[in-house]
Write a protein that binds this ligand. Structure first.
Ligand SMILES: *Cc1c(COP(=O)(O)O)cnc(C)c1O
Length: 421
């Protein structure tokens, strides 16, 4: 469910006309709905009702500080994978006690900054990382609270580039080695073991891989307790998928996902953390772009739009589907045409959709890419020296630019000429 619907024939974000935002901000741009963000956070919060829990939004999905503040103000925790994301969460007013630090390549410098700034826990992904964290914590005279991220060797049945829970993926500590590594951690003066962590992938559209992974976490938790560890927190990661195509996908509901958690680990007396990113932000955002040209090819019609793969890379990178709709609602009975929807970047990969049925849209007309709130703006670049596109946040009948489009001077002046040129 989201808040992007037609009203009086014009696509609205909550109560604001998308065409009005386009007139003021210029295209292309991203626009996010506060109400959708809030609703998605609450759906997870309610799915874990009755269990001691914290929903830690995965910041990498959409890290704009205003988005983080909407969620943080509702009580969300944050899952970060770099110090940059940690500082963004802090800038949004989220206290360190609600921030967890994930990722396979945390550096000493990052560990030091986060230990000094306050952290809920580190999700440690390897033995060398554990040893370095222990050393950094001892230097600072503190104990670092940790879970070990376990690789449960479960097939998440999702796109290969976003599956993380099989033994040949780079993530986590193989479950077969985990008791030994926990035993090491238990001996370290700079480490305090608090729980177990798992995250098996993203855009999962089946609950069974979650169930399989959580049952492995359950078994491990019981073994670790027998080994004398005080396991009182389970971080179950993120990964619940969203419907990208309205027509055919029906991923599981957070309520049913919550039920799987309840059934598998709900009776262990542990505090439950989850780290949803995509499901919180994905359908809370759209990307709006203008048609530059209608180009008729040989047996193909192309709609060339002013957004490109540098603004939204998901189709090029993961063959991802986005529903693409006109901002002005087409009249009933208008015949759709099959078109390739492409950006201006000089790569054939800069194709958003092939043979997509679209109503005719004149040059200058606006179209919106749905489900673009997660892994959209955060993965953008300035490839082809195209300015990063602005982000807009809507709240009821108000909107504000929450990241500005840089000027060409700002972009170019970041380059420095060496003295000899
Ligand atoms: C990416 C990631 C998430 C979020 O995944 P979504 O599919 O966006 O819910 C959560 N935890 C970790 C460790 C991640 O790397």
């Amino acid at each position: 469910m989201d808040h992007f619907i037609y009203k009086d024939g014009v696509l609205h974000a909550e109560d604001v006309s998308v065409a009005e935002i386009a007139a003021e901000v210029g295209t292309p741009f991203y626009v996010y709905s506060s109400a959708t963000l809030a609703r998605h956070f609450r759906v997870f919060d309610e799915a874990l009702h009755g269990m001691d829990h914290l929903v830690c939004y995965a910041v990498k999905a959409n890290s704009n500080v205003a988005v983080l503040k909407v969620l943080g103000d509702l009580g969300a925790g944050m899952d970060v994978v770099s110090v940059g994301e940690y500082l963004r969460a802090k800038a949004a007013g989220v206290p360190g006690e609600r921030i967890v630090f994930s990722g396979i390549g945390k550096t000493r410098g990052e560990m030091r900054m986060v230990l000094q700034g306050g952290i809920r826990q580190f999700n440690v992904e390897s033995e060398p990382e554990l040893a370095v964290l222990n050393a950094v914590a001892m230097e600072l005279g503190v104990k670092a609270p940790i879970t070990l991220r376990i690789n449960p060797d479960v097939d998440a049945k999702t796109h290969a580039k976003i599956a993380t829970g099989k033994s040949d993926n780079k993530f986590g500590i193989p479950i077969a080695q985990s008791r030994r590594v926990y035993a090491e951690a238990g001996q370290m003066d700079g480490i305090e073991v608090v729980g177990v962590d798992v995250h098996i992938g993203s855009q999962l559209i089946d609950l069974e891989p979650f169930r399989a992974a959580f049952l492995k976490v359950r078994e491990l938790t019981e073994q670790l307790r027998e080994d004398g560890h005080n396991i009182h927190r389970l971080d179950l990661g993120g990964g619940l998928g969203i419907p990208y195509a309205r027509s055919n996908e029906a991923p599981p509901l957070p309520m049913d996902y919550g039920q799987v958690i309840r059934e598998t680990v709900g009776d262990l007396g542990c505090e439950i953390e989850i780290e949803p990113g995509r499901l919180v932000a994905g359908n809370a955002g759209i990307m709006v772009t203008s048609v530059i040209y209608n180009k008729a090819g040989e047996g193909r019609d192309f709609l060339i739009v002013d957004a490109a793969m540098n603004d939204l890379i998901r189709p090029a990178m993961y063959e991802a589907h986005h529903d693409i709709i006109p901002v002005i609602e087409p009249d009933v009975g208008v015949e759709p045409k099959l078109m390739d929807i492409v950006g201006p970047v000089c790569e054939t990969g800069d194709t958003f959709a092939k043979m997509r049925a679209m109503p005719p849209i004149q040059d200058g007309g606006l179209v919106a890419f749905r489900s673009a709130g997660a892994y959209g703006a955060v993965m953008s670049s300035e490839y082809n020296t195209r300015p990063m596109i602005p982000e807009v946040l809507v709240n009821g009948d108000q909107f504000a630019v929450i990241r500005e489009r840089p000027s060409y001077d700002e972009m170019i002046n970041r380059d420095k000429l060496p003295t000899w040129l």
